[in-house]
Design a protein around this ligand. Structure first.
Ligand SMILES: Cc1cc2nc3c(=O)[nH]c(=O)nc-3n(C[C@H](O)[C@H](O)[C@H](O)COP(=O)(O)OP(=O)(O)OC[C@H]3O[C@@H](n4cnc5c(N)ncnc54)[C@H](O)[C@@H]3O)c2cc1C
Length: 399
């Protein structure tokens, strides 16, 4: 049985999260139907649950994919920074971000992919990827049956862990997102009183090398969870830790469901993002912001950059031109966001060394100030003031 329109593609994009969807849509639009492009995922991109707290910056999202109220749960006008003793500093800024309905958001880009002439299959599990001669061979299972397709170029946008390309000799030296993964877990819960326009971030040793959060959803439900550093130890399961946090701070809460996932936590630095016609994008390329761990906008941007480089690769006349297109993926990513991520990654160690007492001191002082005085600068300054050794540790970031 023929599962696909062709057996040979110019580009197969593996994974229809933000990175894969954006890569497919951009490449489809850039090539205007002149190339055979296939987008594969094992599930519909809009299938719930999607393991995410769904917060994004409005402006950064809008620059990549026009914001449509149809996929927005709500707009944010502030962030509470909460210390271990629950002193709360408030950063207020009108329209400082959005809470997405990611399922609907994915659908909007998936519609864009179809309109751009991309063949999309959301019932296809990619089982194996091999280099055969000058092309890539993919073994794909659809409805329990296996079939083979080939491609000149492949985009690996299969998310954190990226097992698909693990151990491929020809990719030795390429950025591999499987090294640094951090655990994230959250619950969808009711009965937690929370402003619809604020997210709340919890800091301190309870969330070692990471942070806790409450993100509003629809005014009734909230997303409450945390991410921990990759080396953080904890007693018992993450699930139990989350349930204990909720029971202690919000005894009235009713937990409806708990979801866990992993977050890629180190960005690509000097390892290439592409080799032999294989390009990595999004979490598979570790493009996540190392401190906030946000990855939606990062994945969209990385998917777009990679698509532009794939187009150059397909148009290239010589092997040297193809290799240049591959190396451009990392160069362009570093220019766009990679350099600032690298600075944040360096500051992360210093940030993780702030003690509970120092967080409490800074947050207590800030919480006594009127809201309009709690600017991001003052919040930053107060944390530094409470923890002078940070200034020394963060010198590489401040330069
Ligand atoms: C708990 C948690 C909370 C988060 N909160 C936020 C937040 O508030 N804001 C933010 O910006 N980011 C957040 N993130 C990070 C964000 O979700 C990711 O950075 C983003 O989803 C990465 O997009 P991606 O396209 O690279 O990968 P993914 O979204 O992981 O997409 C990968 C796709 O590949 C498919 N796939 C994988 N393997 C195969 C295979 N073998 N065959 C077929 N298909 C396959 C999967 O089904 C999936 O659809 C959060 C992450 C977690 C875990």
């Amino acid at each position: 049985m023929a599962f696909f329109l062709s057996k040979e593609y110019d580009t197969v994009i593996c994974g229809a999260g933000p990175a894969g969807l954006m890569a497919a849509c951009t490449l489809g639009r850039l090539t205007g139907g002149a190339r055979r492009i296939l987008l594969l995922d094992k599930k519909d991109p809009w299938k719930e649950p999607i393991f995410c707290a769904e917060a994004v910056s409005t402006d950064r999202l809008n620059a990549l994919w026009p914001v449509d109220p149809a996929f927005v749960r709500g707009t944010l006008s502030g962030i509470y920074f909460t210390s271990p003793k629950r002193y709360r500093a408030e950063f207020y800024s009108k329209d400082c971000g959005l809470i997405l309905d990611r399922a609907r958001f994915h659908r909007s880009i998936a519609d864009g992919c179809a309109a751009a002439g991309v063949e999309c299959r959301y019932d296809a599990l990619i089982k194996k990827l091999e280099r055969v001669g000058d092309s890539w061979q993919l073994t794909v299972a659809v409805g329990g049956e296996s079939c083979s397709i080939s491609a000149k170029t492949v985009v690996d946008a299969t998310g954190p862990g990226c097992r698909l390309t693990r151990g491929l000799d020809c990719l030795e030296g390429i950025e591999s997102g499987d090294v640094d993964l951090e655990p994230g877990i959250f619950a969808v819960a009711e009965g937690i009183e929370h402003s619809r326009e604020h997210i709340e971030l919890f800091f301190g040793s309870e969330f070692k090398s990471g942070y806790g959060w409450i993100f509003p959803r629809d005014g009734v439900e909230v997303n409450i969870g945390f991410v921990l550093g990759k080396d953080a130890t904890h007693e018992g399961s993450l699930r139990q830790k989350l349930l204990d946090f909720i029971a202690r701070d919000y005894p009235q809460a009713k937990v409806k469901a708990v979801y866990g996932g992993t977050i890629a936590c180190t960005g690509p630095e000097s390892k290439p993002l592409a080799k032999c016609g294989l390009f990595k994008a999004g979490d598979a390329a570790s493009c996540v912001n190392p401190i906030s761990r946000s990855g939606i906008v990062e994945s969209l941007l990385c998917g777009k950059i990679v698509a532009e480089c794939v187009k150059d690769w397909l148009d290239a006349g010589t092997q040297a031109d193809r290799e240049r297109a591959e190396s451009q993926a990392l160069v362009r990513w570093m220019e766009a966001l990679g350099k600032s991520h690298r600075q944040l990654a360096r500051a992360k160690g210093a940030f993780n060394s702030i003690s509970d007492r120092q967080f409490d001191r800074a947050a207590k002082r800030l919480s006594a100030m009127p809201r309009e005085k709690q600017t991001l600068f003052r919040i930053f300054f107060n944390v530094l003031w409470a923890c002078p050794s940070l200034i020394w540790k963060m010198r590489s970031f401040l330069h």
